[in-house]
Structure formats: structure tokens, C-alpha cells
Design a protein around this ligand. Sequence first.
Ligand code: ATP
Ligand code: MG
Length: 392
Amino acid sequence: MKDIILLKQGEVVLKGLNKRYFEQKLLTNVRKRLKPLGNFHVYCVQSTVYVEPEDDAADMDAAFEAMKHVFGVIALTRAAACEKNEDAIFEKAREYLREDMENAASFKVESRRSDKSFHMTSIQLSQYVGGLLAEAFPDTRVDVRHPELVVHLEVRDYAAYVHAAPVPGAGGMPVGSNGRAVTLLSGGIDSPVSSYMIARRGVKLVPLHFFSFPYTSEAAKEKVIELARLLVPACGPMCLEVAPFTHIQEEIRAKCPEEYFTLIMRRFMMRIAERVAERNSCKAIVTGENLGQVASQTMEAMAVTHCVTGLPVLQPLVGMDKEEIVRHARAIGTFETSILPYEDCCTVFTPRHPRTKPKLSEVEAAEAALDVAALVDESVNGIERIWIDLES
Ligand code: ATP
Ligand code: MG
């Protein structure tokens, strides 16, 4: 008999009538993620998702690791299977949870029966196995009120299962359950974190990168591809769109006052993002903007930048301190790649004295020197698409 993995759903269970919809998304995401790891039977009973290996080739260690990153799972645990009789269950608990039992000062047993034909009630089974465990581990006392360790027993159709405390999952909601958004992905620390946070709210991402070759190098693009790849275990496979940005930046530099360079450039980013959003049925644009971090991230600058699009601009990092963002970047594993020293298009033509409190009328006047529509079309038509998956 084989171990299984139990996934506890988070907020999904709160969604009332939509519960099934969220559950189905989660099951689909779990099945897709497990596909390269072997054959698994995945199903849901009472808000718990069961992942059962169908043969010995199924890689359970890799599956458990993979499930830690799946959004919509609040906690997960491995459970050991055994025969459906109370002595076999005790033996399994003793063997499987030996370390946990030895390390805990107190414990209790909690049982569930989905097979109601089992000859003991849940309470009888808990008492029976609890008594034997107390004898087997005399240094660990029974405490039904505040136990350090809860030993879980489940009697199901084909087998009984034993497991201990679950580990935390990635939380959030299943990717795809809350629509799609374009996320602006630079090579920096912030945007992988903002992307991750919005995906965690159940949003399927379409990452968009602005590329200013030859001012920014192939290596800088590779870095963005790598960042997108690092997001895949949590956010799912994605199609990275790389928009050429060189001509736009050169035109701005040639024809607009220097103090407005960054703002006008960012307005172009928003317009192109909106076009990409339309093509991909995305309902929002995500950025890693953070209030006050740089001149282009004052409230006035954001107003001037965001007003070119009718889509909501989601900025999950807007109120965070840099240290918090760095902590998140480390936790999701993107930090080390983000700090590799490649330039970003934003740093190519940085004005010496950027306007921090721009007026929309002035920016529009400065922009009037450009053929905005043609430049946006040219960039959109030149977009390169790169499929990003675990093994790509
Ligand atoms: P990051 O650390 O993610 O680069 P940042 O602190 O450097 O962010 P800015 O460079 O001002 O901030 O950019 C703000 C946001 O604009 C980024 O978080 C990202 O969402 C978007 N952005 C900036 N440059 C690019 C780019 N080359 N391609 C796509 N999006 C970009
Ligand atoms: Mg940046």
C-alpha cells in the first residue's frame, strides 16, 4: 500500500455556490502539475484533495515538493496507508510517526471514517490507538485539549491512513480562477514579486517585457526568461511576450524634453500592455510599482502614467518597504537572479532631473512631438513570444 498526499484547500472552501468552480480549477492545476511526475489519481472529498499514486513509478517526493507551490492549497501532508484494522493502524502510526511522537511532549489522536461500515466508531478508534501509542511512547503524555502533536487517522474505502501535522502550502486561490492579467516583468527585484502575488490571487499571467536591444543585451533578456521560468512552479506555464522598445526610446530621446523621458516611456509601456491584454483576454495590468521608490512612482507620476489605459493597474507592492519586497523575493526564489547585474531599459536613458510632480497637460504636450499610434503599432507587431514551462 502506498503513501498518498492530502491537500487542504484554503479560501476556496469559502466560496459558497462557486465552490465547485474553484475546486475544479484546483484539481485541473494539480493534475497538470503532476503529469510529468507519473500517474496519479486526483480527487476531492470534503474540501480535501487526495493525490494517490497509481503505480510505483509515480515520484511521490517530487509530487509533494511540487504541491507546496500550488496556489489554492493552504496546507499539505503525506499520509501512510495501511490495512483497515485497528492493530495495523496502530503499527503504522508507531512506525510512521516515531520521530514526531518522540519529539512531542503531548499528543492526541483524531480519527475520521468515510467508510461507515468500519466496526469501530471514530472515538473508539482514537481511544484504542491512543492508548497503545501512550504505552509505546511513555515519555509523551496524552493531552486532548492542547496537544503538541495530533495524530490523524482516516478510515477510507480501500485503506486506512495515518498522518501528522501538515506543512503550510502556498495559499491563495487556484491560478485561472480569477481571470487573466498582463504583468510587466523587468529584470528587477520587484516585478517577479508583484507577478507572484497577483497569480496567488488566482490570476493567470501573461508576462510582458520591454526589450531595448542593443542598449540592453541578450543576457538581460535571458535573465527575464529565467525569472519567468522561476515563477512557473507556482504560476503555471506562461507565454512571455517580448516587445521591442528601442525605437520608442530613441524617438523620445530625440524629440521630447529630457525631464519627461521616463514618464513618456512608461505611458508607452501601458499602451502596449493594453494591446497585449486585449489580444489575450486580460482584464488588468500588473506592475511592481512602489510608492515613492523612484521619481516615476509618485502619485502624480502614476496618475500621468496610468491614465493612458482604461484597464485597472494592479500594484501589489505599492505600500511595501524594500526590505519586505526583498524578503518576498528570497522566499519565492527570484532574488538571486534579479540581482544579476544586467541593465534594464528603464536605466538606459534616465533623465538627470526627472519630474516628480508632472502635469498631464505638459506631458501630453511633450508627447505631441511623437507619432504615438504608429510607434505602439510597430512595437506590438514586433512582439516575440517565448513559451516558458518547467523544462523549457
Ligand atoms: P523592478 O525591480 O521590477 O525592475 P523597479 O523598482 O526597477 O522594478 P521601475 O524600473 O521603475 O521599478 O519599474 C516599475 C515597474 O515597471 C516594474 O516593477 C515593472 O513592472 C515595470 N517595468 C519596468 N521596466 C520594465 C521592462 N523593461 N519590461 C517590463 N516591465 C518593466
Ligand atoms: Mg526596473
